[in-house]
Design a protein around this ligand. Structure first.
Ligand code: DGJ
Length: 741
């Protein structure tokens, strides 16, 4: 690791684990981009890589000159990095480098989640200052390099150094100019109940973007994009990732200009964003994380998994094994009372579950989704003894107790709305749009955040609560806050998310022992920003095992196993009506933070016994399945997408758990082999199956080299084809002394 500043060449060179990032001050004082990719030799100049002399304007700016913070109006017509409206109405900037400094570690960003350091010397930050004297504007660009990570973390702070207010119209968290456009763009897209499906397509002339204007990062697109060489696979080839640590409106795009270079950007979505900067005021962009891999998408995922798990996640639960939950949502929906819940918890306890989660419907008079959000008082009709009585009964069984809340919302039919209609987001004199029969509270108002902190703290202090599922079931319409003057309404969406972060921050600090799980109608706000407060998230409301294959596959591109909550639910599945075996449902949900979302009292004895066995298996392998290295082997975009496979490998590589799934059964299958990854080539592994295969079978001992190079032989007998559709197998690799001859 290192940060060099070459004063002669006016060049900087950051080195992380196997990566280099180089930039230089151009002749006109602007900050040019030189290189991002495999590590380059230090103490050399690379400035000659910047194209020139080039066509264009006398200021020498124009496509394809690569820039760190491009601005509009001076000859570069690609998407810009910053847009500012100056007091005279003009918007052209001339930002020249005025200084730099190297900071040990990594500064935090006020009010925003960010990666951090824990050990001295693990990271360094280069801060480069640019200024436009005429505009009275200063920009500090931050670049953090971690010694052991192939990432560069980017940040930006804009300050009004002049005497008049300025209007910030856009500020990208990162812009990366790449010298060619021979890339595929990889994005994660979907909708409610089908989040983060992978899309991969070649880039061509023009701009291709993913974005959100919903007030949340959204089900539709994720604030993560990657560029992969067209030949890049899971385990070979180059790729570059860009992830935005932000839970609100975002934009990520890539642009190919006529000379064939590519510009990748990510930041707050400039659509519906402005920020008024009074003299001396500053604005901080959310942080963006660039990663580079020369070993395929797998290498990129490992970089993000490690960083998000270890240096974005915080708190007492960051490194701790996560409990196996039972959640009553799909078991009862709103129709429950204490007796029902205690029965469910007791049956779950007998099967080995560790935490009971009471979902929606416990407060106000919430018998369906048309009322009571905002009235965070226990519904004594359902829970006569309150949360405390239920939680204590649950605890007495040896389970911990968890609770669902949706603090950002208010129902029209609620006491809170009657008392404070002005706290619901909306434009005076216009009707508010309801979504799921509810309104969104104005989190841009500090008194709303204060109120929520008080009421949620009261609930969390009222009973032995160990876990919180923080839901958010609709997106924002009629964005407006009467507390902001007309010229500041463009700040609303960002202020909303700052309010959410503030509440999360205050609650997680006040209740450091509680495990928070974020949720937004399933996975509608699954992003690195929220991982800073809640180390795990509800991946999707779609609990069907087959649908989850694509969802968990896509999610794993950026997010670690320890962040993905995955539950076994009842059949026919409530979202798609599919029947799958308990084995298949567990074999998919094992890869993540495992739990159940069904009514165990409605199961047969045999099913309960099967679940008890599943839980035993998960506990045995929990460390690997939550904190091991996750490698994708065969995915939805491979072949006809009928076979999916992945594995989690223990940190010491001595054991591994392989998930092997076949969606539709095919007659007369040929021999199949699965080449594994991430094992120790010199190690020997005893390979067993879960659920256990016939007792006569001898578990083979195979070498890590063979398993990775030749592969694991699957389904050697054709009988397995008759097992039918939606088949799953788990192969367990445990240490064995010697390979058998
Ligand atoms: C959406 C969540 O994703 C579900 O798991 C459940 O908590 C419901 N909301 C409750 O309203």
């Amino acid at each position: 690791m290192g940060i060099e500043w070459n004063q002669d060449a006016l060049e900087f060179h950051l080195r992380g684990a196997g990566v280099s990032y180089v930039g230089r001050v151009l002749e006109n004082g602007w900050l040019g981009h030189v290189y991002f990719g495999p590590e380059l030799t230090p103490a050399r100049s690379y400035g000659h890589l910047v194209p020139g002399p080039f066509l264009g304007f006398s200021n020498r700016i124009g496509e394809p000159v690569p820039l760190e913070l491009p601005t509009a109006g001076s000859g570069d017509y690609r998407g810009s990095g910053i847009g500012v409206e100056l007091p005279d109405g003009s918007g052209v900037l001339d930002l020249r480098v005025t200084g730099h400094r190297v900071i040990a570690g990594k500064p935090a960003i006020p009010g925003l989640p960010s990666t951090y350091v824990e050990v001295g010397g693990e990271a360094e930050t280069l801060e480069i200052t640019l200024a436009d004297m005429i505009a009275g504007l200063e920009v500090r660009l931050l670049y953090t390099t971690y010694r052991d990570r192939p990432v560069v973390v980017r940040g930006a702070r804009v300050t009004n150094t002049g005497k008049s207010p300025l209007i910030l119209r856009s500020l990208m968290s990162a812009v990366l100019d790449l010298p060619d456009a021979d890339w595929d763009l990889v994005t994660l897209n979907g909708e409610w109940a089908r989040e983060r499906h992978v899309d991969r397509r070649p880039i061509g002339p023009g701009r291709h973007s993913v974005a959100s204007t919903r007030g949340a990062s959204g089900h539709q697109h994720n604030p993560f994009v990657a560029l992969a060489r067209t030949s890049t696979t899971e385990d070979s080839g180059e790729c570059v990732g860009l992830s935005l640590a932000y839970s609100g409106n975002f934009l990520a795009d890539v642009e190919v200009e006529p000379f064939g270079t590519a510009r990748l950007r990510a930041g707050i979505n400039p659509e519906a964003f402005t920020w008024v900067l009074e003299p001396q005021a500053s604005f901080d962009a959310p942080e963006a994380i660039l990663a580079y891999s020369a070993t395929g998408l797998d290498g990129l995922s490992q970089a993000y998994h490690d960083l998000f798990r270890d240096r974005m996640g915080r708190g007492s639960w960051r490194d701790k094994p996560r409990p196996i939950v039972i959640n009553n949502w799909e078991a009862t929906y709103f129709d429950f009372d204490e007796t029902r819940l205690v029965e469910i918890a007791a049956a779950a306890r007998k099967m080995g579950v560790e935490l009971f989660v009471l979902d929606d419907g416990w407060f106000g008079r919430r018998d369906d989704d048309t009322s009571s959000l905002g009235d965070w008082e226990v519904d004594r009709r359902k829970l006569p003894g309150g949360l405390d009585s239920l939680a204590r009964k649950v605890e007495a069984m040896g389970l911990r107790f968890g609770l669902w809340i949706e603090p950002e919302m208010v129902s029209r039919r609620s006491k809170l709305f009657g008392e404070h209609p002005e706290w619901a987001i909306g434009i005076p004199a216009r009707p508010r749009t309801e979504g799921r029969n509810q309104y969104v509270l104005d989190m841009a108002r500090p008194e709303v955040v204060d109120h929520l902190f008080t009421v949620v703290s009261t609930i969390l202090g009222s009973a032995p609560i160990s876990y919180v599922k923080w839901d958010m079931n609709r997106t924002i319409t009629e964005p407006f806050s009467p507390t902001l003057p007309a010229w500041r309404q463009g700040e609303f969406a960002h202020r909303y998310i700052l309010g959410v972060y503030d509440l999360y921050d205050r609650l997680t600090r006040a209740f450091p022992g509680i495990l928070f799980e974020s949720c937004a109608s399933g996975g509608g706000r699954f992003d690195p920003g929220l991982l800073a407060f809640a180390p795990q998230a509800w991946t999707s409301d779609d609990t069907d095992a087959i649908e989850r294959l694509a969802i968990q596959w896509g999610t794993s591109l950026a997010y670690p196993l320890s962040s993905m909550a995955a539950h076994v639910s009842a059949v026919p599945n409530h979202q798609v009506g599919r029947q799958t075996s308990l084995t298949t449902r567990a074999a998919v949900a094992f890869f993540g933070v495992f739990g159940y979302e069904l009514d165990p009292t409605r199961l047969t004895e045999a099913e309960r016994a099967e679940i008890a066995e599943q839980i035993g298996f998960y506990k045995r392998w929990r460390e690997v399945l939550q904190f091991g290295r996750f490698h994708r082997l065969r995915g939805p975009l491979d072949g006809d997408g009928n076979e999916i496979a992945w594995l989690a490998v223990a940190r010491d590589r001595r054991s591994a758990v392989v998930g092997d799934y076949q969606i539709l059964s095919r007659a007369n299958p040929g021999p199949r082999r699965l080449r594994l990854r991430g094992l120790d080539p010199a190690a020997s592994y005893r390979v067993t199956r879960w659920p256990a295969a016939g007792s006569a079978r001898v578990s083979p001992v195979l070498g890590g080299d063979e398993l990775m190079s030749a592969g694991l032989v699957l389904d050697s007998d054709r009988e397995t084809a008759r097992l039918g559709d939606f088949r799953a197998r788990i192969h367990v690799l445990e240490p064995a002394a010697e390979p058998e001859p």
